[in-house]
Write a protein of this length. Structure first.
Lengths: 245, 245
């Protein structure tokens, strides 16, 4: 495969529990939790949040609350009683969050952000910033790992479809290649679903969870392509807006 | 979902590294490593092997060799020098193995067998015994986990396609249901691939590894449906032939 020499790779990791076997400290890691953590985080930066501090445990989130921070915290889709809001992107309106710092803890998304933190760069991806993310990755010319947050370490459909959408865009560029079966599968699933993504994800377990908890008003929004050029990026222990000129 | 009450579930686990989150001691686990471990194991029982002893390490395999056992041992597709043969199903001819015990160690397949051993039953699956396996599962009316051996903990395409083929058969029976995203994805990939499986797996990394090592003579054989009614089953620490009447 001499023709692949010098080309960068894209890989898709279907679960944080598999990340140890993908890890590459020189790679850009795109964390994806379409329903709803990364869609919400992108929305927060689109609406002017200053910093977003991801924390793994509810205990940490509560300690920040006691110190006066705005706190978004949920488990299994349910807002915790001490929190200011949960995980719906609709919570992060400009009037609520502009120029403020938010502490953020979710079932799956924040864990994925933290386990990738020693890689070259951790960015937050979703349909909302798909083209901006693609442009950024192509401009950096580094290998990429798309880390799907999944659901409690399990594969999920909605993150996989986005991984396929992103991988397909990246692989249109001849400087990128893949020998990763997950990436091929994600692209094929995306191409099955792309003409009716909301119809396709009717089979997704998370779609049923959200419906049951009456949280499924965000489905169409979370699958809206290119609402913003914002790319949240992890810097030290918080997320901030990537400075792309 | 009241209509699902009492129905058994089928789930697909894409990697042994994810198995802890699927584990259900009452379930039948179908271990799958199409290229080539489980195809080879089914072949061995089809050709009259008595017992097959899966071992995790090459050290254990060598110790059995010193005690006079026939040993199949490979890593990354390469036969180890002390072993009698590697992982090709073509090694397990009747004249070589009939009524004998074989010790068996591979890169991925034997590990998957061992991690499932505390479940209700561990059976070995492949295209070669697809219908026999389906009939057995339906007759048992227990929940099923299809455990894909993958490649060094990573998702692979060829095991996933088989998982989809099996899940589709099982779910035709109204006593079974699934709320597992991996299962839906596997079925959709199987339906993309089924009319030309060998063409589809051209994109699989393992297909390239086998070609590189000149071990790809087994592709068509390993994708042959229903060559046998044999179902290897784990009993204590060895595999034997399931007694199905």
């Amino acid at each position: 495969m001499g023709s692949d020499e010098g080309r960068k790779t894209i890989e898709v990791c279907f679960s944080p529990a598999l990340f140890a076997d993908f890890r590459n400290d020189d790679a850009i890691v795109v964390v994806v939790d379409i329903l709803r953590a990364t869609s919400a985080i992108i929305t927060a930066f689109m609406n002017g949040v200053r910093r977003l501090i991801p924390v793994a445990t509810l205990g940490e989130a509560r300690a920040y609350k006691d110190r006066g921070y705005l706190v978004a915290a949920e488990r299994d889709g349910i807002v915790r009683d001490f929190a200011d809001f949960g995980n719906s992107p609709y919570n992060f309106t400009r009037e609520m969050i502009e120029n403020r710092d938010i502490v953020y803890s979710t079932t799956n998304g924040t864990h994925s952000i933290m386990i990738a933190k020693d890689c070259y760069r951790v960015v937050i991806g979703g349909y909302l910033n798909l083209s901006a993310l693609t442009d950024h990755i192509l401009s950096e010319a580094r290998s990429v790992i798309v880390l799907c947050a999944g659901w409690k370490n399990k594969f999920n459909i909605e993150d996989t479809l986005f991984a396929g959408a992103l991988a397909e865009e990246i692989l249109k560029n001849e400087n990128f290649t893949t020998i990763c079966d997950s990436t091929h599968a994600a692209i094929d699933l995306w191409n099955l679903a792309r003409n009716d993504v909301l119809g396709y994800i009717e089979k997704a377990a998370q779609r049923h969870r959200l419906r049951k908890n009456k949280l499924d008003d965000v489905l169409e929004y979370c699958h809206t392509i290119d609402l913003t050029r914002c790319i949240p990026v992890l810097k030290d222990d918080f997320l901030t807006k990537l400075d792309v000129s």
